[in-house]
Design a protein around this ligand. Structure first.
Ligand code: XIL
Length: 723
């Protein structure tokens, strides 16, 4: 979580820097047309917005590529994300992402950052600590300076004379200020200052200042107090502390303080004629000559303009107040620019972090359902309708998929949804006995309302599971059973099927004893041996009956099952355990494929599993990864054709083995569901390799047409190949 927030902060910092520079230029151009107060409001809004690293989505645009590139690269370089643990299943082997897409990461600007989901559970990285150190250092230095300054003032300060107090009272009356403000004179300061967030004090240098000048000085400081400028300064301090690494923010703080001085000058001079302006100018000059006050933190100094004295004097003497309507128009323009830049950050967040969000405890389901998605041409029928008599057509994701624009695609195309992460042990029971079903519960509730079958994933797995579960051999069985019990009891009523055991088999499976082919050095196996599979299925069976859902299908799920050896190992496990009465109802073939896939291998595996009576198969996490070599690493026309042809050929095979009544060969009714692992290339786990049916703009890809009508697609391909 810490890393995600930090990544977001960097993103906000970078994009808001552009906003700061823009506002700087605009303020300068529109200086004579806008009041300093209006400009200051814009700066304050900007500073405040930089403290909130989360943005509402104001509108959807594609983020400027350069921005995505920079922020993505930054996040990657700073290691604010973790790599997914697999890339793709190639003849039963996993290839690590970093190897497979070496060199592509930095330039793949808008590609998914699905991997960031893992970061929520990892420990804050070294950059988080560096950031925290900087943040605390800035705040601490300010606080120390502030208190040292206060101490000096208290020590050397004397109450001001009655004459000054009387002048102060008349100034307060004039500007309608009631609050008591202490007045001190101190030999250790050179320019008048206002200090104190809650108990304001004006401190004057200990020397005789002409009463006409003093009147201006007091009025200026009273306006500072009235307008809450010390609070503004505090705000700018926090913004600076949060973005201490960003030099542009120092510029912002400086400009903000200058505008606050100008705004006070404007307030003092609102009804002043030329004479008063000259006198005020003289006062400013007189104070400026006395030298700059040593910088302390939370106070406002009469000489706060620093080196900009000339500009200040010109403003004081020459500037008439802008016409009201001009000021309104210009301020609106400034505000619009600001809104645009804040919006840009949200766009950036959307495009750069196009991942399935981690199911946050309280993340609301934004549930805007529109009937006709704009981005999907009308002539396309939803895949779910095309395949309704064959099998369920599914996709996966977490809460984010339930809001537009994902929801438009999801609800039109799919009638089944696998909860991608929210039901994994790491999220459901990160600490022993502390269950969190919020995210999974929200997802299942919304999907049930829309008649979308929900698939639970996953109970016993060696990944994304907290280590405490298997750190004590004696407690392991009890813990596994308790976890399964709680999850099925809570989520089971809404589910169609659930992956009870995931990825128990090793990649190299040559031994005739299936137990020896299991992953030996991981999680449940190390504490319970091969028995953990049986324990898990038996417990799941017991609970599903208990909650009145004996029809809830219990699945064994794994990747690489088109590899003959691994498929056979799973086959032997399932047949042996079922013979012993262990209720395994289905085999999930994950099907993370790449272009090297042999479709015949897939068909052979299906034929093999089809010989186990009473067992169904689901293609549970399908994708076909191809690293693009087109612009932005998208697929070239040739690559797209290769991917689409593979999809088409696979779907013709799936149709042959469909469980639904559309399959006229009853002996081959096997496949209950085909799930594509991700709604769009932008949101998919392996999104960098363009693996699914919709592109990052939510448009159907060529692969979509291939799936929608595989036979026609192949026919067309063959015809055009011969040309
Ligand atoms: C993946 C998710 O898609 C990612 O969001 C997450 O970061 C890592 O896990 N096999 C499985 C799935 O059974 O749970 C994995 O999902 C992909 C591989």
């Amino acid at each position: 979580m810490a890393n995600e927030i930090l990544a977001e902060l960097f993103r906000v910092s970078l994009i808001m820097s552009a906003a700061i520079l823009l506002l700087t230029v605009l303020s300068w151009l529109l200086r004579s047309k806008t009041s300093a107060t209006a400009r200051m409001i814009c700066w304050v809004a900007l500073a405040m917005s930089m403290l909130v690293p989360v943005r509402p989505t104001l509108y959807t645009l594609t983020a400027p590529k350069l921005m995505s590139f920079i922020t993505d690269t930054l996040a990657t370089r700073l290691d604010l994300r973790t790599e997914p643990r697999y890339l793709t299943e190639q003849t039963g082997e996993w290839v690590q992402t970093s190897e497979a897409i070496a060199g592509t990461q930095a330039s793949d600007a808008s590609a998914n950052s699905q991997d960031s989901i893992v970061t929520s559970e990892i420990q804050p990285g070294v950059f988080t600590y560096i950031w925290l150190f900087g943040f605390l250092a800035v705040i601490t230095v300010c606080i120390i300076k502030h208190f040292l300054f206060l101490r000096t003032i208290r020590r050397w300060g004397q109450p001001a004379s009655g004459e000054i107090s009387n002048l102060m009272n008349s100034v307060k009356r004039e500007i309608g200020l009631k609050r008591h403000i202490r007045l001190l004179v101190s030999p250790v300061i050179t320019t008048p200052v206002l200090i104190g967030l809650f108990r304001p004090i004006i401190v004057l240098p200990d020397e005789k200042i002409e009463s006409s000048k003093l009147r201006f000085v007091l009025m200026h400081e009273c306006f500072h107090y009235k307008r809450g400028d010390i609070w503004v300064k505090t705000l700018s301090l926090f913004t600076l502390a949060a973005h201490w690494f960003n030099p542009v923010v120092y510029l912002m703080k400086r400009l903000l303080i200058q505008e606050s001085e100008t705004a006070c000058d404007e307030a003092v001079l609102r009804h002043a004629g030329a004479d008063s302006r000259f006198q005020y100018g003289e006062t400013v000059l007189y104070i400026a000559k006395r030298g700059k006050q040593a910088e302390a933190a939370l106070f406002s100094s009469f000489n706060g303009h620093g080196n900009n004295l000339k500009k200040r004097l010109v403003d004081i003497i020459e500037r008439a107040a802008p016409k009201r309507w001009v000021s309104v128009v210009c301020t609106t323009a400034l505000a619009a620019v600001l809104l645009l830049s804040i919006g840009m950050t949200s766009i950036q967040a959307q495009s750069g972090g196009d991942a399935n969000d981690i199911p946050e405890e309280d993340s609301p389901v934004i549930h805007e359902v529109r009937d006709e998605p704009d981005s999907i041409p009308d002539e396309l029928h939803g895949l779910k309708d095309i395949y309704k008599d064959y099998f369920l057509i599914g996709t996966c994701g977490d809460i984010k998929m339930l809001s537009n624009p994902y929801w438009e695609v999801l609800s039109k195309e799919f009638n089944s949804f696998t909860i991608e992460n929210a039901m994994k042990p790491q999220y459901i029971q990160s600490k022993e006995g502390q269950f969190n079903f919020d995210a999974a519960g929200e997802i299942t509730a919304v999907l049930a309302d829309h008649d979308i079958a929900v698939i639970g994933h996953t109970l016993a797995w060696h990944e994304q599971t907290p280590g405490w579960m298997w750190d004590d051999r004696d407690k392991a069985k009890e813990r596994l059973e308790a976890h399964i019990d709680a999850v099925i009891r809570n989520c089971g009523p809404q589910l169609t099927s659930i992956d009870v055991v995931n990825e128990a088999f090793a990649d190299y499976t040559g031994d005739s004893d299936w137990r020896k082919n299991l992953r030996q050095d991981t999680g449940w196996y190390t504490v319970l041996g091969a028995d953990f599979i049986e324990i898990a299925f038996r417990k799941a069976d017991e609970v599903r009956r208990d909650i009145g859902r004996p029809d809830l299908k219990l699945y064994y799920n794994d990747y690489g099952l088109h590899s003959p050896a691994k498929a056979d190992a799973v086959y032997r496990m399932v047949t042996e355990l079922r013979a012993k009465g262990v209720p395994i109802d289905g085999i999930g073939m994950q099907s993370h494929y790449s272009e090297t896939l042999s479709v015949d291998d897939v068909e052979n595996a299906l034929a093999h599993f089809n010989t186990i009576p009473g067992v169904e198969v689901s293609i549970s996490e399908m994708d076909i990864s191809i690293i693009g070599s087109g612009g932005n690493l998208s697929l070239t026309a040739d690559q797209s054709a290769i991917q689409s042809e593979l999809y088409a050929r696979l779907f013709t095979v799936f149709k042959k083995y469909a469980k639904g009544q559309a399959n006229t060969d009853e002996s081959k009714r096997l496949i209950a569901r085909v799930t594509v692992w991700g709604v769009t290339d932008g949101s998919a786990w392996l999104g960098k390799s363009n693996p699914v049916l919709f592109n990052r703009q939510f448009e159907p890809k060529e692969a979509y047409s291939a799936v929608a009508n595989p036979e026609k697609f192949l026919e067309f391909m063959t015809a055009t190949k011969d040309l």
